[in-house]
Design a protein around this ligand. Structure first.
Ligand SMILES: [Zn+2]
Length: 117
């Protein structure tokens, strides 16, 4: 049985959107990303399923979330780039951790790139 509180902990609290010259804007991921829904109440969002897989370059996590306001389901897709092309002379630097967040609808249609996390 998936533990729902653990699922919630897998979702980053914020994503960052880069604004060309004005730095980064922080947006909360505790909101419904479906069209025509303005729910941003975490109590009305219920993560209920997670899928995890990876390919050569990326680690991908998909968190399915049910919105209790519009009764819709959407998916937060978290892509983390693996630390592949790292140069050897930079060995003691921090591992590169760059993730991207997308929102998908229930049928995995891409609703858009949300930001970085
Ligand atoms: Zn909603």
């Amino acid at each position: 049985m998936p533990d729902k509180e653990n699922l919630r902990a897998e979702i980053p609290e914020y994503a960052y959107i880069s604004l060309a010259r004005r730095g980064m804007e922080k947006i909360s991921l505790d909101q419904c990303f479906l069209k025509n829904c303005d729910n941003n109440d975490i109590k009305l969002l219920e993560p209920f399923k997670k899928e995890e897989y990876e390919d050569e370059n990326k680690q991908i996590k998909e968190i399915y979330i049910r919105c209790k306001k519009c009764e819709g389901i959407f998916i937060l897709k978290l892509e983390t780039l693996k630390n592949v092309g790292k140069s050897t002379k930079d060995d003691d630097g921090d591992p590169i951790s760059m993730g991207m967040v997308y929102s998908l609808d229930e049928n995995k249609n891409n609703l858009g790139h949300i930001g970085y996390y």
